[in-house]
Ligand binder design. Sequence first.
Ligand SMILES: O=C(O)CNC(=O)c1n[nH]c2ccccc2c1=O
Ligand SMILES: [Fe+2]
Length: 225
Amino acid sequence: ASFMGSGSERRYEDLCRNIINDMNQYGLSVVDDFLGMETGLKILNEVRSMYNAGAFQDGQVVTNQMPDAPSTAARGDNIRGDKIKWVGGNEPGCSNVWYLTNQIDSVVYRVNTMKDNGILGNYHIRERTRAMVACYPGFGTHYVMHVDNPKKDGRVITAIYYLNINWDARESGGILRIRPTPGTTVADIEPKFDRLIFFWSDIRNPHEVQPAHRTRYAITVWYFD
Ligand SMILES: O=C(O)CNC(=O)c1n[nH]c2ccccc2c1=O
Ligand SMILES: [Fe+2]
């Protein structure tokens, strides 16, 4: 059963305790079956119709070339192929994405205030970005190793919800690889349907999206301290 749909307070508390333990121990946490099949499908269908309506724009090409160097997009080897759409509050046609962000909010605000929450207790999270709906359209589109918040812009937690049914990384790639520092481990996370992940947004978690060979949808919100 999903965590949020089950309505059972006990499961919810267990979920939050697991997230606290994971964030303190690994700096990341993976939650499967967050909302359940029915709700997840509503979100997926909403995102697909946004995408098919052409509402996404190309993710700006991140280049670390000198400013006057020809943009990597011009050379055709653009660093990222993601297409994104920012979804704010409850604008029309986004009610399911909005519901998702409310569910993630309740978990983040809960773990931020629970007793014995370790490092999470160092933060006082009161706000977040809008939801960034991202689509990697396949064809090897990827995102190079990066840190979401390298310069202390206030973002402390990255939360990503995946929408990809029956994703098999052996044929579709698209793995999120996090390389927590300091340390020598890597976390390879498949962008599985109804999977929610959290990780520290700062330099503790460099990460990359490996080349995807199938359309890959994700919804990200960043939480501010
Ligand atoms: O989808 C994932 O598993 C991880 N995704 C990322 O790390 C990621 N991080 N930062 C971005 C900024 C702008 C547009 C897309 C992104 C983006 O996909
Ligand atoms: Fe990222």
